[in-house]
Design a protein around this ligand. Structure first.
Ligand SMILES: O=C(O)CCC(=O)CC(=O)O
Length: 279
């Protein structure tokens, strides 16, 4: 396990892959931790340098009290890059991680080379959803909301067939810090990144699970309209966490994007040399 002091927090992170390879920074969604990227890191780690971390308030990263903002979360990511001596990176962010990535690409355009914005939007609302969730956590703790979130994250097929894994995700949410989740929920509640989106210039892939209930396809289409240099990929058979529910399709989408932006060699070469989807 690796930890680094970045600004006012200690961040739990993992950096793997060849030291001279391009870096892809992976940012998690609310209520999760960096393990949502396990399959992508396993599949891509030999070709690129993968940097994943637990967002402020999540996993083993510090949870500070009070409201967070997308700007604060983007500063955390920049601080992590600075502390690890990484000048430039591609960024793949899911949901709040994708909101943070929108802010980051505008805040540091010379450092962010491309984006994968997965199951995210410029506004994830309405604010009342987040406010009532914050109040529910204050009243009953994280365990009181954990099971109710699952149908917003996973397809009914996954909920029915993957009961142990779903139980594990309920545990993941339940064990997230109250303060950390509330801080991030406030950041989502208060964020409107439409102005940032119009200013994103780097190549951007927008990915969405076709059955995403939290940030559905029309919101991904809005991102495509707002970001000039963007493409859309819909992942079938997935909800809000396609990196978990359809990991191979999600990894392929990220890989194709990295190929488009010139980070990795053509698919045939890579897949010819590696057992691409092997566990
Ligand atoms: O937990 C939900 O209901 C959806 C969460 C969301 O939209 C933001 C995120 O996953 O970071």
């Amino acid at each position: 396990m690796a930890f680094v002091a970045a600004g006012d927090i200690t961040v739990h992170y993992e950096l793997t892959g060849p030291s001279d390879a391009p870096v892809v920074l992976f940012a998690n969604s609310i209520g999760t931790n960096f393990h949502i990227w396990d399959e992508q890191v396993k599949a891509l780690g030999g070709r690129i340098r993968t940097l994943r971390y637990d967002m402020r308030g999540h996993g083993l990263t510090d949870a500070t009290p009070g409201a967070y903002s997308m700007n604060m979360l983007a500063d955390d990511a920049l601080c992590l890059l600075d502390t690890l001596g990484i000048e430039q990176a591609h960024v793949c962010g899911l949901s709040i991680g994708g909101m943070m990535a929108q802010r980051l690409a505008v805040k540091a355009p010379d450092r962010i080379l491309s984006l994968v914005l997965a199951d995210t939007a410029s506004v994830i609302g309405p604010p009342e959803i987040w406010q009532s969730r914050i109040e529910a956590i204050r009243a009953g703790g994280m365990a009181s909301i954990a099971a109710g979130v699952m149908p917003r994250w996973f397809t009914s097929a996954f909920l029915e067939s993957e009961t142990e894994r779903v139980r594990g995700y309920v545990n993941m949410v339940s064990r997230t810090s109250d303060a950390g989740y509330i801080g991030c929920a406030m950041a989502i509640r208060d964020a409107d990144l439409r102005g940032d989106c119009a200013r994103i210039a780097c190549p951007t892939l927008v990915v969405v699970g076709e059955q995403d209930q939290a940030t559905p396809l029309p919101q991904a289409e809005e991102l495509i309209r707002a970001i000039s240099n963007s493409q859309l990929k819909v992942i079938t058979g997935a909800g809000h966490l396609p990196c978990v529910e359809q990991p191979a399709a999600f990894t392929d989408a990220v890989f194709d994007h990295l190929q488009t932006v010139g980070v990795v060699a053509p698919k045939e070469t890579v897949r010819g040399n590696r057992n691409w989807h092997a566990p």
